[in-house]
Design a protein around this ligand. Sequence first.
Ligand SMILES: C[S@@+](CC[C@H](N)C(=O)[O-])C[C@H]1O[C@@H](n2cnc3c(N)ncnc32)[C@H](O)[C@@H]1O
Length: 278
Amino acid sequence: MSEDITSSLNAEFWNELCGTNIATELGLTDGSERSIKLFDDWFFNFYPYLKPFLNRSLVGKDKVLEVGLGFGSVSTYLASGKKSYTGLDIAQTPVAMCSSRLSGLPGEHVAIQGNALNAPFSDSTFDAVVAIGSLHHTGNFDRAISEMVRVTKSGGVVCGMVYSLFSLRNIRSQPKETTKRIVENLRGAARIQAGPKMRWQSDHNQKGEPAPSTEYFSRKALRRILQEFGEVQIVARNLDSPPIPFGIGLKIRKLLIRTKLAKWFGLDLYFVVTIKKA
Ligand SMILES: C[S@@+](CC[C@H](N)C(=O)[O-])C[C@H]1O[C@@H](n2cnc3c(N)ncnc32)[C@H](O)[C@@H]1O
């Protein structure tokens, strides 16, 4: 699929805010302050490692770009602690949601619609770029990351999350394919553009359609791409909740995500690159 087609499919698909399925499960049907607060509480409770990751990665970084906004939970958190926050998203609804959440916060904050593959900013504009679960959807991760590096100052950081190819979920749901990819990774570095089943498992909308484009990476493959730009740190996080009802699965998940199992076979690879420019 061409980059232009992927981008227009993304602009349409992600117009339904990422997190809408959860918001529906939580019974949130409007954009009221109360609903947004309930969503944010759920979000940071479900991803308890996220705020510490952002805090650690962004020490001393005042001018921040975030790419891929969804409900704007991370956006609002970042903008609340920074002098200058810019949000970029290819879809119109996350930009509108984020803009409305930023209004009234002290500082210079803005959200704009645009494509990470052609980021509408001059070279070396930002101290830091944050991209949680967005660049692997663009259809061209390598180009997206080099755009993020281009707009970041030397000494700044590009940090974010992409999906892990060797997660416990992938090992369990597709043991044969994953084994093949493990062997491939021993010889080289495995990364894949996923088919519909894997894409659906990670992201689907209310109609049951999978995200248009999703790439998964081994740690080794991700490191190889990122190390060209500076010093790299990568850590796996997150696991599925066990299928136990009445909130027990969620409680067990909370315990499990602190263990070595999540550190090795987590769903998500969190990365930080400290950018070194000549
Ligand atoms: C899975 S959501 C993640 C949203 C948010 N970071 C979160 O964690 O909830 C992916 C987001 O990336 C955005 N996105 C996808 N392709 C993009 C592109 N080429 N340029 C900018 N944003 C893009 C989508 O519109 C969507 O809002």
